[in-house]
Design a protein around this ligand. Structure first.
Ligand SMILES: [Zn+2]
Length: 158
């Protein structure tokens, strides 16, 4: 993985976004939370300044997330469009699952950042958060392959 790290833009979160992610995650437990991230490329990385929560309408919201169609459509019509997607793993480590990886091809090209959160073990750190860059490559046959590369994630100081 080290060989990739120079290529993956770091992800910077506004403190208000970090707080909003933790709040949304906690408020829908034990269900998975999901939402989109707004921001822009900045200084060689991606800076996230807004979180827009979405309702999770998955048939099994304990183990999956499916954004409410109305929330998803209105998110996609935001201008500028979202640059990232967030969801939570209430009972597992904040690492991509196989269904997370399968879902990547459904994301538009403007999605560059993928965040996964999990509840922290201690009140002092209520949110465990991992950040990934969304990498798209095409095979010689023209088939799109989308993968996640772990990125350096930092919460900006107030
Ligand atoms: Zn997941």
């Amino acid at each position: 993985m080290t060989a990739f790290q120079g290529k993956v833009p770091p992800i910077w979160l506004e403190p208000s976004v970090y707080q909003a992610l933790g709040k949304h995650l906690a408020s829908v437990l034990p269900h998975e939370a999901c939402g989109v991230l707004l921001g822009a490329a900045a200084a060689g990385g991606m800076r996230i300044d807004t979180y827009v929560p979405m309702r999770n309408v998955a048939p099994d919201p304990l183990h999956a997330f499916v954004p409410h169609p109305a929330d998803w459509i209105s998110a996609l019509y935001l201008s500028p469009p979202p640059v990232g997607l967030f969801h939570s793993h209430p009972r597992a480590a904040p690492q991509p699952s196989s269904s997370d990886l399968r879902g990547l091809t459904g994301l538009g090209d403007h999605f560059a950042v993928y965040l996964i959160g999990a509840p922290g073990a201690e009140p002092a750190s209520p949110l465990l958060l991992n950040g990934y860059g969304i990498q798209r490559t095409r095979t010689e046959e023209g088939v799109l392959s989308v993968s996640l590369i772990q990125a350096n994630l930092q919460v900006l100081l107030k």
